[in-house]
Design a binder for this molecule. Structure first.
Ligand code: RB5
Length: 145
């Protein structure tokens, strides 16, 4: 499994924790920054992540800002990105089962480290349900208009 992660300063502490979490599980993780608490702009890191995920070389991406809202808006600007802000076990599972999200988004200031781990595990253990493919196709077409 290969994962790519990007965050602003509001997501830095959670990202640090998740790097250790993935390392402990032998999951390869590519870190696009930012790598300090110094204030940066989430659209910049959202763009870096979206462009990297669109290369198609990762199982999924993770975006983190303070709430997850701003960086969600940023990554979803890119055609082909389906980013889901997840905040409980239900949204974590449905983001995969119904939406086949290629980026999951976390709030660094709204989730504990443990809760974030639980959500990532729920997402990784879920499977996309093909009956929703038609809606994903319609979503993709919206981006062409
Ligand atoms: C940065 O202070 C904060 O606005 C950002 O991390 C995020 O929560 C925006 O949606």
């Amino acid at each position: 499994m290969r994962v790519v992660i990007a965050n602003d300063h509001g997501g830095y502490e959670l990202k640090r924790h998740l790097l250790s979490y993935f390392e402990a599980r032998g999951i390869e993780v590519v870190n696009l920054g930012t790598n300090s608490n110094e204030s940066v702009d989430y659209p910049v890191y959202g763009e870096l992540l979206a462009r990297e995920v669109l290369k198609g070389e990762y199982d999924f991406g993770i975006a983190i800002c303070g709430t997850g809202i701003g960086i969600s808006m940023a990554v979803n600007k890119f055609q082909g990105i389906r980013a889901a802000l997840i905040y409980d076990l239900n949204t974590a599972m449905l983001a995969k089962e119904h939406n086949n999200a290629n980026i999951i988004v976390l709030g660094g200031r709204t989730l504990t480290n443990k809760k974030a781990e639980e959500l990532i595990e729920a997402f990784m253990n879920s499977k996309f349900e093909e009956r929703h493919q038609h809606r994903l196709d319609l979503l993709g077409k919206l981006g062409e208009k």
